[in-house]
Design a protein around this ligand. Sequence first.
Ligand code: G
Ligand code: G
Ligand code: MN
Ligand code: NA
Length: 254
Amino acid sequence: RTLERELADAIDAGQLRLHYQPVVDPHDGHIVGAEALVRWAHPERGLLGADRFIDVAEGCGLVVPLGSWVLETACAQLAAWHAAGAEGLQLAINVSALQLRDEGFPARVAAAVRRHGLPRHALELELTEVTLLADGDATHRAVAALRAAGVRLAVDDFGCGYSSLATLKMLQPDRMKIDRSFVRDLPHSAGDGALVQAMFGMARALDVEVVAEGVETEAHRVWLLGCGPHLQQGWLWARALPADEFAALLLTLA
Ligand code: G
Ligand code: G
Ligand code: MN
Ligand code: NA
């Protein structure tokens, strides 16, 4: 059977999982939130990363039901963690272009947040520049509706699209997530360093929070601290973890 046919059944069969990668304060490693990343516990192929099947889902229209499952599961998990005492915890989910253009999406987001009794700003939606370029009017309407719903919006993979500045202007995001390709060669690459500093400058001027992605080393952590206040995500801190391991990590740091 093709991956496409199997994926159609995987949602109903309960084969999807969410893993959670901590988003931390780089001064002390305090966990501020997490990014939910979808996995597929495939009965024969093992645990598949999103890069193995998100494109497939996009190509066959399954990304909308898959995205709804992610939204629902993430909100339920976040509500459980809030109830267990991690009250300020934030959670980000990734949103694909087709999902954003789906007419019912903003209403589903608002309903999920309400149903799970979450503060609206506890949920963050990550949109890439490419996602936002997809379709003028529908995208603008969706962004306006999501703003009205009160959830937080982040530009993901910042700097990797065709029009990073246009994206900032249009989306007016709460956060920019600096793509890990700009972080990888720090502090050695003077060019990447200048670009990262320019991104921090833009973020400051526009009052947008910064998350630096792909922080893998102590040298990354320290160099980025010199750029200004921000949050970090990356293997220096933790990989994306199953829910129980993420909860255990929260407890050890509390
Ligand atoms: O964690 P991983 O390497 O599998 O992620 C690969 C890519 O898949 C990343 O670009 C990530 O943003 C994307 N991705 C992960 N989870 C989701 C999801 O739930 N929905 C969408 N649309 N993309 C996701
Ligand atoms: O596009 P997005 O930023 O959503 O992608 C998230 C992806 O980045 C996930 O696949 C996650 O596994 C991966 N990732 C997270 N932290 C690191 C890191 O420190 N180094 C590298 N190389 N990849 C990372
Ligand atoms: Mn992301
Ligand atoms: Na990213």
